[in-house]
Design a protein around this ligand. Structure first.
Ligand code: NOJ
Length: 534
């Protein structure tokens, strides 16, 4: 196994390959149908062999799972469906022994309605100090029967819920996720303590959920359509994250923002040297499979990161969006847009898989760190979940229009011939696996030199052994229409034929890796990428 990218270095995060584990669907250690920490521990070898530098775990805390764990009832306890705190500590240290760091997920915008704070706020009643930790308000209208303002929810549906004493509380997501009041010093102090709690248990970093939403205009004014300024990307957030950075710095920890902030200038402000270390690059994720679009996204990303000295990140999918293979296999709309998700959008998975392979080599060759969502290394497509098995609140709150996010969260196939494809369950897993899931099983792919898994293993191995990849400069090379070509340091070249005629390769001494075969004249076909050494 190659040495991890700058394993000992403080700046490991500038070039890291980070693998996202959605615990519920990764591997089931106790057979009950839900993935758990025992399952992850048993599969750490797979991750070490894949060649990643860190794991980001989606929330694993005590939660009623109204939103897949993004409704946290207690940050200092592991949900019993996943295991125990002692097991989490073991997992963190076992992973570290394999050269893999741990990133935990903190959800500051809201808690679960079962969180002790919210239970106390409900019991204490209007005007109580307990209610000040949240946004409780009287309603409008003659009898307080109308919500206090007109903000739209991030999940469709209502943003305010009325409680029995007549007051309303704000929830930008589901009613089970009441928003916290970040003007309150207790809310700030508690989150800094939670950061310490996890850094002291060995976490190397923290992914910050909905990082642009916590601060609200204290007046909670109505917002005009498309005006999100009262609750998105408010200037007050920067002070909050400066305080978090001071805590992170005490432990050498890393802060990673989930920032859906489309304006690149405003986005990069969060990455100033005393704020977050990095943030997910959703602009790149949202772009269609189109050379000009990808080129523009790469340029904008690099241009806006450079002045603040932060490395870019490259993300193709996660637990909220349509899986890459399915998205890229569509005729049109190969970009990602929450608003456009519909049932039954056709996709040519063979085309999507070719493009996803090429996109893997593209993203792994770009400057900065890269994120990989579990199952991406297996080339899993988005699954169709039978209507009566859907669990995602996004589906229900859209009145059934949006299929929701369960299609990318299906339990992983580990072994083609085992029950439930080796996920580990003795009983049907919490989400059903599609009929052809065994054909994606990790055990078959490991033995197949042409598989997605083999491609990712090869690419990550080369990326680790070549310091020219990861953080550092990029220079575009001249290329034909529809083709992206750039060079990194140490003579490394990446060429991607996104949509052009078969393309001659730029001058090179050797071909390090291709995402698919070259044609019989040694040219790079459409939907194919190559790594070369000049
Ligand atoms: C973003 C998370 O990625 C998503 O899964 C969750 O539903 C929302 N934030 C609310 O926490």
């Amino acid at each position: 196994m190659a040495a991890p990218h700058s394993d000992q270095a403080e700046d490991w995060w500038r070039s890291a390959a980070i693998y996202q584990v959605y615990v519920r669907s990764f591997a089931d250690g106790d057979g009950d149908g839900t993935g758990d920490l025992a399952g992850v521990r048993a599969r750490l070898r797979h991750l070490a062999e894949l060649g990643i530098d860190a794991i980001w775990f989606n929330p694993w805390y005590l939660s009623p799972m109204a939103d897949g764990g993004y409704d946290v009832a207690d940050y200092r306890a592991i949900d019993p469906a996943f295991g125990t705190l002692a097991e989490a500590e073991k997992l963190i240290s076992e992973a570290r022994e394999l050269g893999i760091r741990t990133i935990v997920d903190i959800v500051p915008n809201h808690v679960s309605d079962r969180h002790a704070w919210f239970r106390s706020a409900l019991a204490a009643g209007p005007g109580s100090p307990e209610r000040e930790l949240f946004h409780f308000r009287p309603g409008r209208g003659g009898h307080g029967e109308l919500p206090p303002n007109n903000w739209p929810s991030q999940f469709a549906g209502e943003t305010w819920t009325r409680v029995c004493d007549g007051e309303w509380y704000l929830h930008l997501f589901t009613p089970e996720q009441p928003d916290l009041n970040w003007d309150h010093p207790v809310v700030r102090q508690e989150h800094e303590d939670v950061l310490r709690f996890w850094f002291e248990r060995g976490a190397a970093g923290v992914r910050i959920d909905s990082a642009a939403l916590c601060a609200k205009d204290p007046e909670l004014p109505d917002a005009d359509e498309d005006d999100t300024t009262p609750y998105v990307d408010r200037d007050e957030l920067h002070d909050i994250y400066r305080a978090w950075r001071a805590v992170a710095d005490e432990y050498g920890g890393v802060l990673i923002g989930e920032l859906w902030v489309p304006d690149p200038d405003r986005f990069s402000r969060y990455l100033r040297s005393d704020e977050l270390h990095t943030a997910f690059n959703f602009d790149f994720l949202a772009r269609p499979w189109n050379a000009a679009e990808l080129h523009a996204s790469i340029d904008t990303t690099l241009a806006y990161h450079a002045p603040v000295g932060a490395p870019a990140t490259w993300v193709l999918c996660n637990h909220d969006v349509t899986r890459t293979v399915t998205r890229y296999g569509r005729d049109e709309d190969t970009g990602f847009d929450f608003a456009k998700k519909r049932f039954g959008t056709p996709s040519d998975l063979a085309v999507g898989t070719r493009r996803a392979r090429a996109a893997a080599l593209l993203s792994l060759a770009l400057p900065g760190s890269v994120y990989l969502f579990q199952g991406e290394e297996l080339g899993l497509p988005e699954a169709d979940i039978p209507l009566d098995r859907i669990q995602d609140p996004m589906h229900f709150r859209s009145q059934g229009v949006d299929p929701g996010r369960d299609g990318c969260r299906v339990p992983l196939p580990w072994a083609a011939d085992a029950p439930y494809c080796g996920f580990g369950s003795d009983t049907e897993p919490w989400l059903p696996q599609p009929g052809d899931w065994a054909s994606y099983a990790a055990d078959c792919q490991a033995a197949d030199p042409t598989s997605m898994l083999t491609l990712y293993r090869q690419a990550l191995r080369i990326r680790r052994s070549e310091p020219g990849f990861g953080d550092g400069p990029l220079r575009w090379l001249p290329s034909a229409q529809g083709v992206l070509a750039f060079t990194r340091t140490d003579g490394l070249i990446c060429v991607v034929n996104v949509a052009g005629e078969p393309a001659g390769l730029p001058g090179h001494a050797s071909v390090l890796l291709t995402s698919g075969p070259l044609d019989d004249q040694g040219r790079l076909p459409r939907d194919t990428a190559a790594w070369l050494r000049a």
